[in-house]
Design a protein around this ligand. Structure first.
Ligand code: ZN
Length: 318
């Protein structure tokens, strides 16, 4: 694919519920001036983001476009009136906050916006664990659960961006009595049952603070195996990358076993237990995956504007 590191420079923003990570650069080996801005109200947070990038440009680090991977939901239909906005987020003060026009107007460059998981997927496709793959999923297990899907080389997008973190899951018979799933919309969905917030609500601790014999590990792995087996059968990815603060090699080892058992040899290339090791993997870009992915969105936006996107790098904001 054409998306290797290049000498052009882009701005990237990973917009999260607790912090905005901003950087200027061209890829994971060339990240300059990475900064973290706490997520407060939209006015002060976006104001600080804009001041940061203006100061970078004033000190000689100019950039051709800005990419942003954001928490959502987002309006990403370029023909919609509210294009480029956060829409119905439960995060107080951030409903219907316009991002694209505001940043493009303040910084004078094209702005590409996508969901945080799709930005991370774009970064992993170009530089990470999904290089050379046409079909893969990027799953984030953090406070919430999100999934970015690339199918046929394109970021999957319907009328809205997919919300696979909210697909229903059967409640485990091993669920502790009295636990109430944490998703305010659906209760028994992947996010409600298997997110970092669900683990904290259920056990009062993070998963990595609990010993390996604690039932939290098998409960979490069971939910994720149900979830990932379902996504595998739905979208038939070549690989699933699992990132976010809850993900670890110890958890993935259990999830590989569970997913393998649920698929039960139905997919020929995953019919050997050992095949799961390269099917379910951690991200290769690590902690900077989000902001690196945002820089990749900016690069694609410039190529899109020049009509040089090619098939694999076609505009993510379909
Ligand atoms: Zn839900």
């Amino acid at each position: 694919m054409s998306g290797g590191p290049d000498r052009h420079c882009y701005a990237g923003v990973e917009a999260g519920g607790t912090k905005f990570v901003c950087a200027v650069g061209s890829g994971p080996g060339d990240l300059r001036a990475v900064t973290e801005i706490p997520t407060r109200d939209p006015e002060s947070t976006l104001g600080e983001v804009i001041r940061f990038f203006r100061s970078r440009r004033d000190s000689g680090q100019s950039f051709e476009a800005l990419g942003m991977g954001s928490f959502g939901p987002l309006e990403l239909n370029r023909d919609a009136a509210g294009y480029g906005s956060i829409t119905t987020t439960p995060k107080p003060g951030w409903q219907n906050v316009e991002l694209v026009d505001r940043l493009a107007g303040a910084l004078g460059v094209p702005v590409a916006l996508h969901t945080d998981v799709n930005a991370a997927a774009a970064g992993e496709a170009t530089w990470g664990a999904a290089r050379g793959l046409d079909h893969f999923l990027y799953v984030t297990l953090g406070t919430g659960v999100g999934v970015g899907a690339v199918v046929g080389g394109q970021i999957l997008h319907g009328v809205h961006h997919p919300e696979m973190g909210h697909v229903p899951l059967p409640v485990s018979p091993d669920e502790p009595e009295g636990f109430v799933p944490v998703c305010p919309f659906h209760c028994a969905c992947a996010e409600g049952l298997a997110s970092g917030a669900a683990i904290l609500a259920r056990w009062g601790r993070r998963l990595d603070e609990l010993p390996e014999e604690h039932p939290a590990w098998h409960l979490e792995a069971g939910y994720l195996a149900d979830f990932l087996a379902g996504l595998t059968l739905t979208l038939q990815p070549q690989r699933i990358i699992v990132g976010g603060g809850v993900a670890s090699e110890a958890l993935l080892a259990l999830v590989r076993d569970g997913t393998y058992n649920r698929l039960a040899g139905y997919r020929a290339d995953l019919a050997q237990r050992g095949s799961m090791a390269s099917f379910l993997v951690l991200p290769r870009l690590g902690q900077r995956a989000g902001v690196v992915g945002a820089i990749e969105l900016a690069r694609r936006e410039v190529n899109r504007g020049q009509g040089a996107g090619g098939t694999r790098d076609a505009a993510p904001s379909a």
